[in-house]
Ligand binder design. Structure first.
Ligand SMILES: *Cc1c(COP(=O)(O)O)cnc(C)c1O
Length: 410
């Protein structure tokens, strides 16, 4: 029967190509790092989430190998049947120690942590308030739950408050029978990314916590781009506020390793409910022990070994931004996060510039509509602790040359 559908799919693929949204995949022939090899060409890599440069770390590879030696290749089971090893328990304890939370649960990805979260803790009659720029996995996770959805404007606290007020007022006006028919008091949950990844801007977590207190809501933060990156101790955008946040999800696929793996950490009752009911843990294999083992190694040694890379990351970010601003580029971001959007506005300019930089050996990606709003096209440069000053200079010079050729710079 496929013949009936073949043409449809072909048309769809053509549409993607015609609209300029086709994603060309660059295939790496070696390790992920500041320097990579793609299509036989050596490139300076400025588009990975390899913030601390751990993705190709020999130390982490060794920790992963030790995980294989001790626990074997895989568990061939979900957590609750026979897929929980000592390394999972140890990793979960370490996650809680690291973030200062009560309890934790690992998933095979942050995407799974998010899609397994909302429908487990919210039901019909509850409400979730979600920032419009939240990551796709939060959006999908929320889609799976039956709670009422409120989408507030990015980091707009007035809009968030208006929506909280609207829902609160409605519940407070309910009569006793309606309230009793719910079975329990309705739950309110505010969900936000810790850092909005297209902009490199940190969410207003403290203000969100204040509103949550005022309207009796819980707070969930996905700190995937911030864990190991932000905060005085690298605990992320939630650092210093963790007692006021009920659930944090994050990844081991970015700063804290680079291979994969995710987790949720926070209030112990919520974590226990996730262990009991979250579908992405009940019906999906446990985190491979080699990855759990490497993740455990990162967290255990973060303060003594890896935090110094974070300092280098901060220095690199300042170095790159200062030079680019001096050249006359308009940069997005708040300057604190290594995501450095070079704002070019026009879609065509962003993709042409990324192409020209590629030709000069700089690997960056242009982001255009619909990933970012129309007329807000950009090249998202991601700085890593693995970049040397010399490599950054090469990138800056290439930006200058291309910028002048394309008449973006004077
Ligand atoms: C990268 C990212 C994820 C997905 O992480 P994985 O562990 O690779 O699934 C989820 N949420 C946010 C905010 C992210 O930036």
């Amino acid at each position: 029967m496929y013949t009936n559908y073949k043409q449809q799919f072909e048309n769809e693929l053509k549409e993607i190509k015609d609209s300029g949204m086709w994603k060309e995949v660059g295939v790496m022939e070696g390790k992920q790092g500041a320097e990579i090899s793609v299509g036989g060409k050596t490139l300076l890599n400025f588009c990975a989430n390899n913030y601390l440069g751990l993705a190709s770390s020999d130390e982490l590879a060794k920790a992963a190998k030790e995980g294989i030696d001790q626990y074997g290749f895989g568990e061939a089971s979900v957590r609750f049947i026979v897929g929980t090893s000592l390394v999972h328990k140890n990793l979960e304890t370490e996650i809680s120690n690291f973030f200062g939370t009560e309890d934790s649960i690992t998933y095979t990805s942050a995407f799974d942590a998010n899609t397994g979260l909302f429908e487990t803790i919210l039901k019909e009659g509850d409400a979730v308030f979600s920032d419009e720029l939240n990551h796709a996995s939060i959006i999908d996770g929320i889609r799976l739950c039956k709670a009422e959805r409120f989408r507030y404007k990015n980091s707009d606290m007035e809009d968030l408050e208006a929506k909280l007020l609207e829902f609160r007022a409605r519940i407070d006006a309910e009569d006793a029978t309606a309230a009793a028919s719910r079975g329990r008091k309705p739950r309110l949950l505010i969900a936000t990314d810790g850092v909005f990844s297209m902009d490199g801007i940190t969410a207003k977590i403290e203000q969100i916590c204040n509103l949550a207190e005022k309207y009796e809501a819980m707070v969930m933060v996905d700190d995937s781009h911030a864990s190991g990156v932000l905060g005085k101790r690298g605990r992320g955008s939630v650092e210093g506020l963790i007692d006021r946040i009920d659930i944090v999800t994050s990844t081991f696929g970015k700063a804290l390793g680079g291979a994969g793996g995710g987790f949720a950490t926070g209030r112990k009752e919520i974590i226990q409910v996730l262990h009991q009911r979250s579908r992405t843990t009940l019906f999906s294999n446990s985190l491979p022990p080699m990855i759990a083992s490497a993740a455990l190694y990162v967290l255990k040694n973060y303060d003594s070994k890896f935090d110094q890379y974070r300092q280098k990351l901060i220095d690199n970010t300042v170095y790159f931004r200062t030079a680019m601003e001096k050249l006359g580029f308009t940069l997005g971001g708040d300057g604190k996060h290594p995501i450095t959007p070079v704002m070019l506005m026009e879609e065509k300019i962003a993709s042409e510039m990324a192409k020209a930089l590629f030709e000069k050996g700089i690997y960056v990606r242009g982001f255009t509509y619909p990933v970012v709003p129309k007329g807000k096209a950009r090249i998202r440069v991601q700085i890593s602790a693995a970049h040397t000053n010399e490599q950054m200079d090469t990138a800056i010079n290439a930006f200058e040359e291309v910028g002048k050729n394309m008449l973006i710079l004077n």
